[in-house]
Design a protein around this ligand. Structure first.
Ligand code: MN
Length: 250
């Protein structure tokens, strides 16, 4: 069953993540084949550790890799990409807060667009462990390759040995700018993690945040504090606006 592993890991009563519509998946799989552009996205995900989830539409689902350091535009910099479970197509537009459970933290839609396989047979390329792709996103463009370093291909994904490398090919879109530093914000809301949390419920992790210690714990602490500030700032602004309106009416 497609997305079995994705569904196993999540409780959709607790998580705002999409459960995935089987009919939509079948329809996309039927329509989008061969050299037709397919959806791709990268979600910046602050959970137990910060990472970038790299997702390519194929056969009605999003093939997914977790890239701890995020993509690099420098062809000399190979970025570790851990193959994880397929995600539903609908996940591609998801941005928000996962309050608890698997992946608890903040998800930002960091890049999205379309991709094209540079080979005819994507399944054969995945099996072989060498998938050449062209990306057309807001931030990531041009030719890239995913190369498997260990283990066999499993469409279920998620094993500890599913290690791949994400590498930029030399072209006009390659360069030495650190794209994660240069373009850190959401392509959906234009905000950062604190904005996304402030839009949601900045109080949820006051006592029990997804990561408490180390660098990630410190990041959460700052983000929560800023989200609370924004929320409280907004309250004040609204109150003032209301007062002004009343004064004007009088
Ligand atoms: Mn993730």
């Amino acid at each position: 069953m497609p997305l079995e592993k994705y569904k196993e890991k999540r409780n959709f009563k607790e998580s705002p993540e999409p459960a995935g519509d089987t009919r939509l998946a079948a329809e996309r799989a039927r329509k989008i084949k061969g050299q037709k552009p397919r959806f791709f996205c990268v979600q910046k995900h602050l959970a137990s550790h910060l990472h970038y989830d790299f997702r390519l539409e194929h056969d009605g689902v999003l093939l997914s890799w977790a890239v701890p350091k995020g993509p690099s535009l420098d062809p000399k910099t190979k970025r570790l990409a851990m193959h994880v479970e397929d995600h539903p197509i609908e996940y591609g537009e998801f941005e928000g807060v996962i309050p608890s459970g698997y992946g608890a933290g903040i998800v930002m839609l960091w890049d999205k667009g379309t991709w094209l396989p540079e080979v005819e047979d994507v399944d054969a390329a995945l099996k072989k462990g060498d998938l050449k792709i062209t990306l057309n996103g807001y931030k990531l463009k041009g030719s890239w390759v995913l190369v498997r370093t260990k283990g066999a291909w499993s469409s279920r994904g998620g094993g500890a040995d599913r290690s791949w490398l994400l590498i930029k090919h030399k072209d006009d879109w390659a360069g030495d700018v650190d794209i994660t530093e240069f373009a850190p914000l959401s392509v959906k809301s234009k905000g950062d993690f604190a904005d996304i949390l402030a839009q949601d419920n900045p109080d949820i992790w006051r006592s029990n945040r997804p990561a408490k210690s180390g660098e990630t714990g410190a990041m959460f602490e700052k983000i929560i504090a800023r989200a609370l500030e924004m929320r409280d700032g907004k309250t004040t602004a609204t109150t003032k606006a209301t007062k002004t309106t009343r004064t004007t009416k009088r």
